[in-house]
Write a protein that binds this ligand. Structure first.
Ligand SMILES: Cc1cc2nc3c(=O)[nH]c(=O)nc-3n(C[C@H](O)[C@H](O)[C@H](O)COP(=O)(O)OP(=O)(O)OC[C@H]3O[C@@H](n4cnc5c(N)ncnc54)[C@H](O)[C@@H]3O)c2cc1C
Length: 396
């Protein structure tokens, strides 16, 4: 790398670290236990503490809720390298992400590429300022892996669209203000070509949600119903019936996010507790089977993290991640499942405990959550299909 860029980055690192030290409240610098620990934004924002509000506002004012987005939309205008430095320094100090939002991770990138200027100015700024809670309306009862088979219908009524249908597994629909949605606008066209990408206000007349209760007792999923919902024409993103390209582009971002792109975590301390509990013999973990499994996992993880780093560098040099996002989505989520299998095995019976003294069952809950990891954003089987077809070029 050019030495002047290197020096600039080192200066940026020093300044960033100092700013974070000064501005991130110490009460927030601890591991995130669950999704409820995040600030999600929205029209009726809920902060878990005054410090969380302060931290969000300070990061927002610096443009660091969306560090790489253009400053005109409230982003930070950082380069990918600067963003990586920021994430590394935040991880070192355990600074939480100031805003967790599907607007940031999914809709925003799609609007930056496909939205018109009015849509970018309005929605991107609302996202960076945490003003709107977005949810994702893709899956339907008959359209999950076969997403293009979706049936929710949007009919052109002259000055608006009339939407009817049902979505399912809509995470946080009951808390969201807006939904980015795939709808069928031409039922006569081949299935991929009759789909449009639309933004719908969840407070519109005719929108309703029904939470789906999970085995954990929580309900982040909902069924979402559209019953003669009027949607303004200006809420169509991109061309009519050309929504499939937007849907796919957004999915590459969702899969990159789930697949660990931008992740700078150091996983080594994870197994430390287990090592302490099981004890060492001649400097090695006493159980040979677990020792081998952990070593194998760590080697694979190291390889994955280097591959993520290389791909991030390639994308910085102008090579889009595209179908490679499926590789990361597949491997990262399978590794994540394996990691929790190992952690559960290491903890033995204690791993199943849910009481206060067991960190409120965090390990068991996280273990259960990893199972959904390889389903959300497209299942592992679907990612393998994409990898074989679009990366390896194998016949369909
Ligand atoms: C935690 C979580 C959060 C989610 N959040 C959202 C959300 O916010 N919004 C949203 O729209 N959706 C969301 N989903 C839904 C998710 O996108 C779907 O569950 C996923 O796409 C799979 O669809 P399905 O459940 O209908 O399973 P199906 O498509 O019915 O698949 C069932 C099984 O068949 C396999 N299968 C299907 N087709 C093939 C094939 N061609 N080749 C090989 N195997 C195949 C699958 O791999 C799977 O094992 C979420 C899911 C989870 C788990």
């Amino acid at each position: 790398m050019d030495t002047s860029i290197q020096t600039d980055l080192e200066t940026f690192r020093t300044e960033t670290r100092a700013w974070l030290e000064e501005n991130c409240p110490t009460s927030l610098r601890k591991p995130i236990k669950s999704a409820e620990d995040y600030f999600w934004g929205g029209r009726n924002p809920h902060y878990n503490s005054d410090d969380q509000k302060l931290w969000f506002e300070r990061m927002r004012d610096r443009g660091w809720t969306a560090p790489t987005w253009p400053t005109q939309y409230g982003g930070g205008g950082l380069s990918t390298q600067e963003n990586k430095v920021l994430l590394e320094e935040m991880a070192k100090l355990q600074c939480p992400t100031p805003l967790f939002s599907f607007g940031l991770s999914m809709l925003g990138p799609a609007l930056l590429k496909f939205g018109n200027e009015e849509q970018k100015a309005q929605y991107l700024t609302e996202i960076t300022h945490g003003k709107v809670w977005w949810c994702q309306g893709y899956s339907e009862p008959g359209a999950g892996s076969d997403l293009a088979g979706l049936q929710t219908r949007a009919e052109d009524q002259g000055d608006h669209f009339l939407v009817n249908g049902q979505k399912v597994w809509t995470s946080y629909a009951d808390k969201s203000d807006m939904i980015f949605c795939l709808v069928r606008t031409n039922p006569d066209a081949k299935k991929h070509t009759g789909i449009s990408f639309m933004l719908i206000d969840m407070k519109s007349e005719g929108v309703s949600t029904r939470p789906i209760k999970l085995i954990s007792g929580k309900s982040v999923f909902c069924e979402t119903f559209f019953d003669n919902v009027k949607v303004p024409k200006e809420n169509l993103v991109g061309e009519l019936n050309a929504g499939w390209s937007i849907a796919k582009y957004l999915l590459t971002h969702e899969r990159s996010m789930i697949g660990g792109i931008g992740d700078v975590r150091n996983e080594k301390p994870l197994f430390q507790r287990a090592v302490e509990a099981l004890g060492l013999e001649n400097g090695r973990l006493s159980d040979p089977v677990l020792r081998t499994d952990i070593a194998r996992w760590m080697i694979d993880q190291e390889g994955l993290m280097w591959t993520i780093e290389r791909t991030t560098d390639e994308s910085k040099a102008g090579q889009p991640i595209g179908a490679k996002s499926s590789f990361f989505k597949y491997y990262y989520t399978e590794q994540n499942k394996l990691k929790y299998e190992l952690l559960m095995a290491l903890e033995g019976m204690d791993a199943l405990a849910w009481g206060e003294e067991y960190n409120d069952g965090k390990l068991a809950r996280d273990f259960c959550r990893t199972k959904g990891n390889s389903i959300e954003g497209g299942t592992s089987e679907i990612q393998l299909n994409i990898i074989s077809k679009r990366i390896l070029g194998l016949p369909g």
